[in-house]
Design a protein around this ligand. Structure first.
Ligand SMILES: [Zn+2]
Length: 253
């Protein structure tokens, strides 16, 4: 910029900046809440994964028990074979009774282990069925999450493009305003809900709706002194055509 613009012109640029900054703030706010819109899908996915993992763990336990039972069964079969052999070589009634008793016990144990084995097989089968169902549900949740994440990414990119556009537009106005005034505007904006510059209409600040002192209002209309609202501190300007008057004339015609 070659030379400093009159204050009135600077305020006009600041007015544009304020308008753009509100849009920029709005986009940034929308971008910030975007990840939260994925939360429900993320939670559902997490829950689905936990259910699948728990069932998978249960299956592993059942399979382990089944292997242990199988090993016990085989061991018992060996002992039973030896007991049968022993029975064939008994010397007296006492030995016969002892060997018979042992054989009976081993047979009973075999039956019980067989039962256990059958139960394990049934448990495993049921578990595998549940696991297949959980896997299908998990895949569905994963695809839904992926779909939503993709949509969120698309929205984020669209917002990002809008933001870039607004920031570049903003760049056109910034050089027209003195850095001192810009800094003041930014400071007030951050302290005052994103609004650093407001119109004064009919002697009233449109930011906080308080009357500004008459002398200040007169100077504002002349537009050559920078004033802040005494109540809300925002930079004031008088619009070229007072908004109230414009509306009234619209109604008359
Ligand atoms: Zn005010």
């Amino acid at each position: 910029m070659n030379q400093q613009l009159p204050l009135v012109e600077q305020l006009k640029k600041l007015e544009q900046l304020q308008e753009l900054d509100l849009k920029i703030d709005h986009i940034k706010k929308n971008q910030k809440v975007l990840p939260a819109t994925l939360k429900a899908a993320e939670d559902a996915l997490k829950k689905g994964k936990a259910s699948f993992d728990a069932k998978n763990h249960q299956l592993t336990e059942f399979e382990k028990l089944s292997r242990q039972t199988q090993a016990a069964l085989e061991l018992n079969q060996d002992r039973l074979s030896r007991a049968i052999a022993k029975l064939e070589s008994v010397q007296n009634t006492q030995e016969f009774q002892a060997a018979s008793k042992e054989m009976e016990q081993l047979k009973k144990l075999s039956l019980s282990l067989d039962e256990q084995k059958k139960k394990s097989s049934a448990d495993i089968e049921l578990c595998q069925k549940d696991l297949a169902q959980l896997q299908a549900e998990l895949e569905k949740l994963e695809s839904e999450h992926g779909r939503q994440a993709q949509a969120v990414l698309g929205q984020d990119q669209a917002l990002g493009a809008d933001l870039d556009q607004l920031l570049s537009e903003r760049g056109h106005y910034v050089p027209g305003v003195e850095p001192r005034i810009l800094a003041q505007y930014d400071r007030i904006r951050h302290a005052r809900g994103g609004i650093g510059l407001v119109p004064a209409v009919g002697g009233r600040c449109r930011g906080c709706n308080m009357m500004v002192p008459p002398q200040v209002y007169i100077e504002l209309q002349r537009g050559n002194i920078l004033h802040q609202c005494p109540s809300c501190n925002r930079i004031l300007f008088v619009p070229a055509v007072p908004q109230g008057a414009l509306q009234q004339s619209d109604v008359v015609r």
